[in-house]
Design a binder for this molecule. Structure first.
Ligand code: C5P
Length: 216
């Protein structure tokens, strides 16, 4: 018998790195594997939630409504439509901060006379901040991947992004962050001491998070 305490809850998880097009064959991406977000989605599903996964990663998880996206703009569109009806948003996607201003219609050709090629970038919207600014009942979780000043930076994100929780991790540490199956996370919430969890698998981080959510 498995208790399903998230039954009736609508959960949206975003996962993976966005891919911002340069031309039809190239994009600007990042090292996010989507593993942490996928784990959050799987555990929520196992606990009975109605889970939608917005992801840039090719995946096929039974019992989860998967919507494939590529860019920050697509993520934003889906979230603006679905956020009002959501109970919990877990924003685990590594959203590119910038995207090319212009996307070339055709594959860009190299020019033999030029050794330097410049791509002009423009800022993407902060999706978490934008949607969380409209929140009422929703519980909003952000991630903070840092290589230095982890707690200070994560505290700032908690406030500036209007999140209920920030899960912070130092991606410079071994066994944590991008493309590994383990993570070392610190949970931050308003007016509470940060809670640092030991190194564990991403699935166990997800289990611990949902346990925290259900017992907070
Ligand atoms: O500001 P920073 O990128 O470190 O914040 C990380 C958190 O904000 C993550 O939860 C990420 O999904 C979210 N984010 C976002 N839109 C952006 C950049 C980050 O929603 N443009």
């Amino acid at each position: 018998f498995q208790p399903r305490p998230l039954t009736g809850k609508k959960v949206i998880v975003t996962a993976g790195g966005t891919k911002e097009a340069i031309d039809p064959v190239r994009f600007i991406g990042n090292r996010s594997s989507g593993k942490m977000g996928l784990a959050m989605a799987k555990v929520a599903r196992d606990l009975g939630a109605d889970v939608t996964l917005l992801t840039t990663v090719d995946t096929d998880l039974g019992g989860i409504n998967i919507i494939q996206v590529q860019t920050a703009e697509e993520l934003m569109k889906h979230l603006q439509d679905t956020f009002p009806e959501t109970d919990v948003l877990v924003m685990a996607a590594a959203v590119a901060d910038f995207k090319p201003i212009n996307v070339a219609d055709q594959k860009i050709k190299k020019n033999d006379d030029e050794d330097i090629f410049t791509i002009k970038l423009t800022k993407n919207p902060d999706i978490l901040k934008t949607v969380a600014a409209t929140k009422d009942k929703q519980f909003v979780v952000g991630f903070a991947a840092e290589t230095q000043n982890l707690l200070t930076n994560a505290e700032k994100k908690l406030a500036s992004k209007n999140a209920d929780v920030i899960l912070a991790n130092n991606v410079a540490q071994s066994g944590a962050g991008f493309n590994v199956d383990t993570n070392r996370v610190t949970l931050l919430q308003k007016n509470q001491q940060p809670e640092t969890w030991p190194l564990m698998s991403k699935i166990d981080v997800a289990k611990k998070f949902w346990d925290f959510y259900l017992t907070r």
